[in-house]
Design a protein around this ligand. Structure first.
Ligand code: PLP
Length: 477
C-alpha cells in the first residue's frame, strides 16, 4: 500500500478539480511554501509563545484582529473545533443552561458534555426542496430567553455549511438585552465582511465571540482558524484559560505562518482578489442559468431573505439541489466525481461545491459545464424515492449528555430502541450535525429520518447500514 505521502502526491497529480476545502484549493500558482522541514521550528528565541504572546505572534494576532474588526483575536491550530470548546467553556460553568441552535457542529455538543451543560435547543426551519436548515430568528431567541432566564450563553452557526446566515446583529442585541453573551460559529465565514459582494461577518455585527476556520474558505492550511472577541461581556482571561486547556502546547509554526500570510495577502491584495472572485461567481451564475432540473440554492422563492429565518446567503457556497434531476445528493456528487470534480459534501437532496478566491475562472466553468451535462442527461426528472420531506425532529431530553454516558448501555435494533434513552450520538455526516444526542429519547420520527438518510446514502457514523439501524440506549435498572 502507498504511504500517505505518496497517496497525496498521486492524488495531486491526477488534477481533480477541488470544490471543497481547504480554501487555498491547492492553487500553488497563488500560494506555495518552501520545503516545510526547513521552516518547522518551535518556541525558540525570537518566535514568541502562542499561549503567552508578546512578540511576533502577538503582532500577527493584532493584525488579524484589525483585518476582521475584533478587539482581540487568537490564532488557532486545532481548527474551529478547539475555538468552539474554548469559547463555550469560557462562558459557562458546570451544569449551566445554554441556548443552542440545534444545527450546531458536534464540537458544540462536545463542549456541552465537557461542562455538563443543560441545552435548550432552537430548531431552525428547514428550507423546502433542499431540507437544509434555515436561519435562527431573533424572535425565537427572544422567546427562548424569556422562558429560560437562567441561560448563560447563546450559540449559533452562521453561516451554515450551506451558507445560510441568520440576523446576527438583531440576535446579538436580543441576547445583550438579557445580559447574555452571543457566540457565533462562523467556521464557514472567514471570508465574510472583507469585500463588497459578500455579507457582513458576525464579528462586526455585535457577537461577543466568533470562531472562523481560515482553512475552509480562505487560502490557509488545514486546521488553521481564528477566534475573535469583542466587548467585555466575556471577562478578560476566560478565553485564554480555556485555550490553554484545549489547544496544543506545541503549535505548528507552519500553520501559524499560513494564517499570517493569508492575513497579509488579504490586506495587500484582498480587494482585487475578491473582485475577481465575485466576477467568476457571477459568470458561473450565467453559465448555469439554463439548468432545468438541478436547482441552485438562492434562486427559488423559498430561499430568499425573510423566508425560513434566512437573513442572507453566502454566494461562495454553490448548493445544488438534485431531486429535480432524479438524483440524491450522493449520486450527484458521484456524477461530478466521474467528471473529475470533487465536491465538499452531499446531503440527501443536495450536494455542496465550496468555492474560494483561489478558484479560477476555468475551475468554475468546468463545474458549470459538468452540471449542465448532468442536467441535460437527467431524463424526465422523476423524483427519487428519497424525495419526500423528512419529518421534523425534536427529541425529548431526559438526561444531560454526560449523565447518559455515565450509565451502562446496550445496543438494540432501532425497533426495540424506540421509547428508550439514547446513550450515543447519531450524526448525519457530513455536515456533522447530530440527529440524536445521549440523554434524548429515541422516538419514531428519529427512526424514520435515520432510516431514510441511510437509504439515500448519507452516512450516520457507527449507527449501522440501511435496513440494519442499531442504537446504543441507556440500560434500564
Ligand atoms: C459549522 C461548523 N463548525 C465548526 C466546524 C469545525 O471546524 P474545524 O474543521 O476548523 O475544526 C465545522 C467543520 O466542518 C463546521 O462545519
Amino acid at each position: 500500500m502507498d504511504s500517505l505521502y505518496d497517496a497525496l502526491r498521486r492524488y495531486r497529480d491526477r488534477g481533480v478539480t477541488p470544490m471543497h476545502m481547504p480554501g487555498h484549493k491547492r492553487n500553488t500558482a497563488l500560494f506555495s511554501m518552501e520545503n516545510p522541514y526547513g521552516l518547522d521550528v518551535t518556541e525558540i528565541d525570537g518566535f514568541d509563545n502562542l499561549h503567552d504572546a508578546h512578540g511576533i505572534l502577538k503582532e500577527g494576532m493584532e493584525r488579524a484582529a484589525r483585518l476582521w474588526g475584533a478587539d482581540k483575536s487568537w490564532f488557532l491550530v486545532n481548527g474551529s473545533s478547539c475555538g468552539i470548546l474554548a469559547a463555550v467553556c469560557a462562558c459557562t460553568g458546570w451544569g449551566n443552561e445554554i441556548l443552542v441552535a440545534r444545527n450546531c457542529h458536534k464540537a458544540v455538543y462536545h463542549a456541552i458534555y465537557q461542562n455538563n451543560l443543560r441545552p435548550h435547543y432552537l430548531y431552525p426551519e428547514r428550507i423546502p426542496g433542499f431540507e437544509a436548515a434555515g436561519g435562527v430568528s431573533p424572535e425565537a431567541v427572544e422567546a427562548a430567553l424569556e422562558v429560560h432566564p437562567g441561560v448563560k450563553l447563546v450559540v449559533l452557526t452562521s453561516p451554515t455549511y450551506e451558507g445560510v446566515l441568520s440576523d446576527v446583529k438583531a440576535i446579538a442585541d436580543t441576547a445583550h438585552r438579557h445580559g447574555v453573551p452571543l457566540f457565533v460559529d462562523e467556521a464557514h465565514g472567514a471570508h465574510l465582511g472583507l469585500a463588497a459582494g459578500f455579507p457582513k461577518s458576525a464579528v462586526r455585527c455585535g457577537a461577543d465571540l466568533v470562531v472562523q476556520s481560515v482553512h475552509k474558505t480562505l487560502p490557509s492550511l488545514t486546521q488553521t482558524a481564528v477566534l475573535h472577541q469583542n466587548g467585555s461581556l466575556v471577562p478578560a482571561g476566560c478565553v485564554e484559560r480555556q485555550l490553554a486547556i484545549y489547544e496544543t502546547s506545541s503549535p505548528s509554526y507552519l500553520l501559524m505562518a499560513s494564517i499570517d500570510r493569508c492575513v497579509r495577502f488579504l490586506q495587500e491584495h484582498g480587494e482585487e482578489a475578491f473582485a475577481l472572485y465575485r466576477e467568476n461567481l457571477d459568470r458561473f451564475a450565467r453559465e448555469t442559468a439554463s439548468l432545468a432540473r438541478l436547482t441552485l440554492l438562492g434562486r427559488g422563492p423559498e430561499e430568499q431573505p425573510g423566508r425560513h429565518g434566512i437573513f442572507a446567503l453566502d454566494p461562495s457556497k454553490l448548493v445544488v439541489g438534485s431531486f429535480g434531476a432524479g438524483m440524491t445528493g450522493p449520486s450527484l456528487m458521484a456524477g461530478l466525481r466521474k467528471r473529475g470534480i470533487e465536491l465538499e459534501m452531499a446531503a440527501k437532496s443536495y450536494a455542496i461545491a465550496m468555492t474560494s478566491l483561489c478558484d479560477t475562472r476555468e475551475s468554475l466553468s468546468r463545474l458549470a459545464a459538468a452540471l449542465r451535462e448532468l442536467d441535460g442527461a437527467a431524463g424526465s426528472g422523476e423524483q427519487p424515492a428519497a424525495a419526500a420531506a423528512l419529518p421534523p425532529l425534536c427529541p425529548e431530553r431526559l438526561l444531560t449528555i454526560r449523565e447518559a454516558e455515565s450509565l451502562p448501555g446496550r445496543v438494540l435494533p432501532i425497533g426495540e430502541a424506540i421509547g428508550k434513552i439514547s446513550r450515543e450520538t447519531v450524526t448525519a455526516y457530513p455536515p456533522g450535525i447530530p440527529l440524536l444526542v445521549p440523554g434524548e429519547r429515541v422516538d419514531a420520527a428519529f427512526a424514520e429520518v435515520a432510516a431514510r438518510l441511510l437509504e439515500a446514502g448519507v452516512s450516520l457514523g457507527g449507527a449501522g447500514e440501511a435496513g440494519d439501524l442499531r442504537i446504543e440506549v441507556v440500560e434500564e435498572s
